[in-house]
Design a protein around this ligand. Structure first.
Ligand code: FES
Ligand code: FES
Length: 246
């Protein structure tokens, strides 16, 4: 027996079999309009209010596989921004201004040059003698900011900004001898003379700090200035005479 609903479906050209196909298809894709069912056609078993749509929560997973090859060429242009950094590393040379005997001297020095090398080899201040280059003999003694130092033990680049004084500086380059120089001459406080400039500079620094040093102070202050000729007693007498302590 044909149900009224079935008749209605048959009239519309949608058989039950076809309907079922359409219903399955609709269930697969989810919320869809049932295939071939026009608006107003009621589906059997469903209330009229739901006659036109079927919903489903069923999901279908479809996997597609394939292979392919391709070739291509292309050109392009581009712009960009960036930052650069200045290479860092050890400083090998530097322009320094040394104040030597009251005169500013600007020169390029290697970073490993000692003040002794620069004074003697670059500025031709030959009173600065190199005895050991180890800070042991005192032959290279000069004054830096009034203090006696071994110029072989300081880099030239470290002396920038300081007052450097050599024997030439305290004697107006030989035109006006310092009292210590005169005392050395008067007391024959020299043998070969190699240590003498350093001795005089150390004595000058001592007398600047202590105008009237004691014998003990002179011995202590001059202790770093060696003399192979061994004229230590004459040196002591000469320095003491300048300070009036002899
Ligand atoms: S050369 Fe500087 S202490 Fe000897
Ligand atoms: S006078 Fe010759 S080393 Fe001192």
């Amino acid at each position: 027996m044909t149900e009224p609903d079935d008749e209605l479906i048959e009239k519309k050209g949608v058989s039950r079999r076809n309907f079922m196909k359409g219903a399955v298809a609709g269930a697969v894709v989810g919320a869809v309009v049932v295939a071939g069912v026009e608006e107003g056609v009621r589906i059997p078993g469903l209330p009229k209010s739901a006659a036109t749509t079927v919903t489903s929560t069923k999901t279908v997973t479809t996997t597609v596989t394939g292979t392919g090859t391709g070739t291509g060429t292309g050109t392009g242009t581009g712009t960009g921004t960036g930052t650069s950094t200045t290479p860092t590393g050890p400083v090998t040379s530097k322009v320094v201004t040394l104040t030597v005997n009251g005169n500013p001297q600007t020169l390029l020095v290697q970073a490993n040059w000692s003040l002794l090398e620069v004074l003697r080899e670059k500025l031709n201040l030959f009173s600065v003698h190199d005895g050991c280059s180890l800070g042991e003999c005192g032959a290279c003694t000069i004054m830096m900011d009034g203090m006696g130092i071994n110029s072989c033990q300081i880099l030239a680049i470290e002396a920038e900004g300081h007052q450097i004084t050599t024997l030439e500086g305290i004697s107006d380059y030989g035109n006006n001898l310092d009292p210590v120089q005169k005392a050395f001459i008067a007391n024959q406080a020299e043998g070969c003379g190699y240590c003498t400039p350093g001795q005089i500079m150390q004595a000058r620094a001592l007398l600047n700090a202590i105008p009237k040093p004691t014998t003990a102070q002179i011995r202590t202050a001059m202790g770093g200035n060696l003399c192979i000729c061994g004229v230590y007693n004459r040196i002591l007498t000469a320095v003491a005479s300048v300070g009036g302590s002899s």
